[in-house]
Ligand binder design. Sequence first.
Ligand code: C2E
Ligand code: MG
Ligand code: MG
Ligand code: MG
Length: 279
Amino acid sequence: SAKAGGRRTFRFFEPAMDAIARARRELEFDLRTAIADGGFEIHYQPIVDLRSDEITGCEALLRWRHPTRGMISPAEFIPVAEDTGLINEIGGWTLAAACAEAVQWEQNITLAVNISPVQFRQPTLALLVASVLGSTGLPAQRLELEVTEAVLIHDDDAALTTLNLLRALGVRISLDDFGTGYSSLSYLQRFPFDKIKIDRAFVENIDTTEGSTAIIEAVVNIAASRSMTTTAEGVETVRQRDILRGLGCTQMQGWLFSPAVPAAKFRMLLAERRATRAA
Ligand code: C2E
Ligand code: MG
Ligand code: MG
Ligand code: MG
């Protein structure tokens, strides 16, 4: 009968659900341990100006070296950190550590740090940013905060207040992963962004489908008309780079130039570029 079938389904799913819940609890426990033991590190991915080919900045990307499972992707652990609220502590550490690293670089390039919607909704975010800038000595103009559309959908007024407070500090705000969420173009009108990061999903298809090119062109033009810059994410091929350059996109980020690398390697990259220019 349907009833028996339902029961069978229930019995079949219960252990699976238990296993998922257990895995999440373990991940949460391990995250707490990692916070206490310094189990996180930050990698830096260069962002390159499409006209000059110079490194003009980088994005800080969090890495978690798990004691038994090896490197765990932020795509896996950030959602758990958000659900448990641990993201506030992890994000605060990331911001402070990345700013402390960036003041030591020999070039005054920009540093982009991702801010989770959970962090963004903390009324104290602007205070935290001000305090980190103060304690590390990083000039506000060198810091970019990357937020996604998810921060805008809950409470427009609160989001706008926070964005304005952050910009009053002199920090720049980027709209990350543009094109993947609700992607209302009206967001660009209502909220004061300095930069749009065009998601890899569009860049990926740029040399195969007409549609992608048209979308990127539209975004680049809207951005330019509102004095915003554009960064293309996930640029992997020379052809993608050339098309983006032709469309007037400002910057690129992707494996074509470099993946995210540990801090020491990133410093070497900066030094190498300086040497190349001097030669
Ligand atoms: P995101 O902010 O959009 O970061 C860009 C992602 O694209 C990074 O993945 C980067 O390694 C990857 N990427 C860069 N170039 C290429 C390319 O050419 N090809 C491909 N296939 N991928 C490329 P990652 O490091 O795994 O981070 C994933 C996401 O996790 C980030 O997406 C961001 O949303 C989140 N995340 C990372 N670090 C932090 C953090 O410190 N705080 C918060 N809240 N989120 C973070
Ligand atoms: Mg980002
Ligand atoms: Mg992104
Ligand atoms: Mg992305």
